[in-house]
Design a protein around this ligand. Structure first.
Ligand code: IPD
Length: 318
């Protein structure tokens, strides 16, 4: 029911903030603001998973254990899929089915975290019937929250700690619609992912091509003058989607994401009115409809909302 979903949304919002505090404690240990300076970088206990760019810190594990424990305590009947639980091998056979499922990245942007670049966050999604319907992204170093509740909207910040709740997208006026000649005039965002296998035509080289093409557009290929306004790579897929939902970024592409990297971002972007597809090339581009986004597709393309038609008067969560 609507009131049950609202309760789940409030719980997720609070959980994201509490989990974010654990990330901050990890930073403070490193910077010496509190306690002893930690050996081995922010987060401690850093080790490699698939390769040297796929890393996990003790903080990733601590945050996931905390979030999982709280969900199990409050919603014992729900399923849980988390980045570190999955990586640890305890749930390799998972499948997102129709049952109520929490999809959690305890720390999206782990590399950023270890380098103290503030683009890292806790990302929590509640998925029902395969669809992410509640999303919470908390970016603790900037104390910024992005959240959504299906049918009610998406917001930046939550007003609970004196912050002002702003409806997404934040764009208005000249930025309300995508430029007609897009990607001219757009900010394009693309992530590198973690696949570094040097296979011809493989994932990594497709991304390199995409970067090179966009860079050429920025440079004004063929003497046309700069087209794309800018190219960004934040290092956190879920935050890319939050920035697309806010209207700051215009287009985002990544191939290689896992469910937990995108689930909360998808929920938020869709409630803000943005578009996300699986980006699989259509067999017939003329006639095939845009493919509906599916968790687990790995390949995504997102486009920001055209503008906030409902404005501040939009339907509010009760
Ligand atoms: C990664 C980030 C990165 C994306 C990778 C993800 P993590 O997640 O979202 O931007 O390119 O595909 O795996 O490991 O920092 O949680």
């Amino acid at each position: 029911s609507a009131s049950e979903l609202k309760q789940i949304y409030d719980f997720a919002l609070d959980l994201g903030r509490r989990a974010g505090r654990i990330l901050i404690e990890g930073v403070e240990k490193r910077t010496g603001d509190v306690g002893e300076r930690e050996e081995g970088g922010v987060g401690g206990g850093q080790r490699e998973k698939m390769n040297a760019v796929d890393i996990v810190t003790q903080t990733d594990l601590d945050v996931e254990a905390f979030v999982k424990g709280e969900i199990e305590r409050v919603y014992p009947g729900h399923k849980f899929i988390g980045e570190e639980t999955y990586s640890a091998g305890s749930s390799k056979e998972y499948l997102i089915d129709a049952s109520p499922t929490w999809v959690v990245d305890p720390l999206d942007g782990t590399v950023n975290y270890t380098h103290l670049f503030p683009m890292f966050c806790v990302s929590i999604a509640f998925v029902l019937n395969h669809v992410p319907i509640i999303g919470v992204i908390y970016q603790p170093l900037l104390d910024t929250t992005y959240s959504s509740l299906v049918g009610y909207g998406a917001w930046q910040d939550d007003g609970k700690v004196g912050g002002k709740r702003k409806r997404l997208p934040l764009v208005n006026g000249p930025k309300a619609v995508l430029p007609r000649e897009a990607p001219k005039g757009c900010i394009f965002s693309c992530e590198w992912g973690k696949d570094r296998r040097d296979t011809a035509g493989g994932n990594m080289w497709r991304k390199v091509d995409s970067f090179v093409n966009m860079a050429a557009e920025i440079g004004g290929r063929g003497g046309k003058g700069g087209m794309v306004h800018g190219m960004r790579s934040l290092g956190s897929a879920t935050l890319d989607l939050a920035y697309i939902a806010a209207g700051s970024f215009d287009i985002w592409w990544e191939g290689g994401c896992w469910e937990w990297d995108v689930a909360a971002g998808i929920a938020i972007l869709r409630e803000a009115g943005g578009l996300i597809t699986t980006a699989n090339p259509p067999a017939n581009p003329e006639t095939d409809p845009i493919e509906e986004v599916r968790l687990g597709s790995r390949l995504y393309l997102a486009i920001r909302p055209a503008g906030d038609s409902e404005g501040e008067t939009g339907r509010q969560a009760q």
